[in-house]
Design a protein. Sequence first.
Length: 488
Amino acid sequence: MDHSRAPVLEALHAYHTTGQTPFTPPGHKQGRGADPRVRSVLGDAVFRSDVLAISGLDDRSSSGGVLRRAEALMADAVGAQHTFFSTCGSSLSVKAAMLAVAGPHEKLLVGRDVHKSVVSGLVLAGIRPVWVDPRWDRDRHLAHPPAAAAFRAAFDEHPDARGALVTTPTPYGTCSDLGAIARVCHERGRPLIVDEAWGAHLPFHPRLPTWAMDAGADVCVTSVHKMGSGLEQGSVFHLQGDLIAPEVLRSRADLLGTTSPSVLVYAALDGWRRQMVEYGRALYDDALALAESVRSAIEAIDGMHVHGRSDFCGPGRSNDLDPLQIMIDVSALGTTGYRVNDWAREHHRVNLHTADHRRINAQLTHADDHRTAEALLGALGDVSDHAAELRTAPGIEVPSPPGLRLEQATLPRDAYFGPVEHVPWRRAAGRICAEVLTPYPPGIPAALPGEVLGREVMEYLRSGVDAGMVVPDAADPEVKSVRVVRGD
């Protein structure tokens, strides 16, 4: 295939040069109707390229095959058999993959360290989750992806499970042994879904962790907007093998997706694939070298420790580590990741990503350079210098690994849609949760619908909010009350 081509971008260019006059949505008519105050912020180019996909970018019958050709090029670039674009983010893509594997009341093996979007899929589909425990690092209070042996044991106990779903890399950059998990699934003729939202870059450099298709996964969901050059909500999902029919996967995505996809998002996905095929190796040579130097520089800052392979990889931990996810333990400063995150933004206009009770995360991509690295290092050095001012953060009651593992008493769907009531958080232990309680980011639920709430989890969430944790999807974001199943 000719990867110098970009079908979506070329069709968009043709739309402009041929002088098309739209009597279709969007109603701003290429920005002519947009408020000048809006255009001054967003720019005219955004509106000019915001056109319909059908009867716009392509004709009413899609005879130009614009999207089909772009998806085929993406599949070829990464070695998949089929690729599908999504303008609704990987939150939709992973739901579509789940629905292609399991239906209402059918079982799906799921790593318990999943993103909240997977829980939403369980609720919508009525799938019965069989939770597979992550590997817990008791010293660092951190979950690594489940081991292949844990999936094997779960299949042995639930041979009727329709397939398995694992998240890798995690938001902490840790990776599972996908090849081993895929073999466990395929020995039983079951498909493996990989939520690889943080792994868009993995196919494009040999020093990065093995990506899902190379490891034998059946479906891989990737957020190109996270580690690639896509716009927000730009996602792709890839398919290979014969355990899931491509028309079934496409149908499930169509069931959930929008009928008004963003051409802007499509165009960015198309352009990113071309960029990676032509320049990805060189871009990630530079990014990996920069990450190595940044890691060394942060490690030299007083009170900060950068987690590396010696911390995260090995027996009982993860199988691999993405070096571009720079996880920094700040507990020696006597404060929380939440306080450090807020200080960096307030005083240096540096926005960090994941923050928890003891860590912060700086996510590097191919877009970073020595200028952005210096901004990061300057902010972190200042944090260290002002550590005494950050030590007023309240303590967080972090649960033990057994305290984090809650019993799944009912289907997530039944608890979510059933009769509910709100109870004070101190009286919630022993009740069945009817909502998703998710510290965000990274977005891994501490409790989800159908689980029996425990005292340790409630104390963790309540003390966490007081210390700066954000739980945005809770009915009560301060977690002073909790939504539970009525009369359980």
